[in-house]
Design a binder for this molecule. Structure first.
Ligand code: PRP
Ligand code: MN
Ligand code: MG
Length: 184
């Protein structure tokens, strides 16, 4: 059913597993002597969050934030609003932000600055997907990247189009006819 809306599989389930295992090893090494707070950004990062923490063999805590950009949902407007804040004390602690994808970089730029403002000891970013072609915040370079993707409309494994397709087990490219609706 969902599959009928997908033009091609960009990252298969197997490729996701391999990428997440590799990231997990890097993060285990990075945080083996620290007690990191891992922050998943709702809702897109939910699936990746669940999988990446199980590949990290170190003492960690988890928390979540939900932010939304103002304006239309297709192109983010740059202004970010906190929908759900952390429940964790920030000052003096090490943070790892978990994202599903970095597009313009505005969401993460805001979050990284917020955690620094709240006096985090360190703030690093892991993203499953990176779409560098779309970057507006040039100096937003993620510390850990799973897979670079081209500038196409990707969905699945947490990523949505109009809140749907998050439950696809792989990353796929949406057929253009799905998002170019006929004029009324
Ligand atoms: C998407 C994605 C990232 C952000 C990336 O979230 O999950 O959080 O956009 O875009 P940016 O780099 O241009 O800021 P979205 O706001 O669609 O919310 P969602 O996670 O609930 O889908
Ligand atoms: Mn998101
Ligand atoms: Mg979204």
């Amino acid at each position: 059913m969902l599959e009928n809306d997908i033009k091609e599989v960009l990252v298969s389930e197997e490729e996701l597993k391999v990428a997440i295992k590799r990231l997990g090893q890097q993060l285990t090494e990075e945080y083996k002597d620290k007690e990191v707070v891992v922050v998943g950004i709702l809702r897109g990062a939910a699936l990746f969050m669940a999988d990446i923490i199980r590949e990290m063999d170190c003492y960690l805590e988890i928390d979540f934030m939900d932010v939304s950009s103002y304006g239309e949902d297709f192109v983010s407007s740059g202004e970010v609003k906190i929908v759900k804040d952390l429940d964790t004390r920030v000052e003096g602690r090490d943070f790892l932000i978990v994202e599903d994808i970095i597009d313009t970089g505005r969401t993460l730029n805001y979050l990284v600055e917020l955690l620094h403002y709240r006096k985090a000891k360190s703030v690093k970013v892991v993203t499953l997907l990176d779409k560098p072609e779309r970057r507006i915040i040039a100096d937003l370079v993620p510390d850990f990247v799973g897979i670079q993707v081209p500038n196409e409309f990707v969905v699945g494994y947490g990523l949505d189009y109009k809140q749907k397709y998050r439950n696809l087990p792989y990353i796929g490219v949406l057929k253009p006819e799905v998002y170019t609706e006929p004029e009324e």
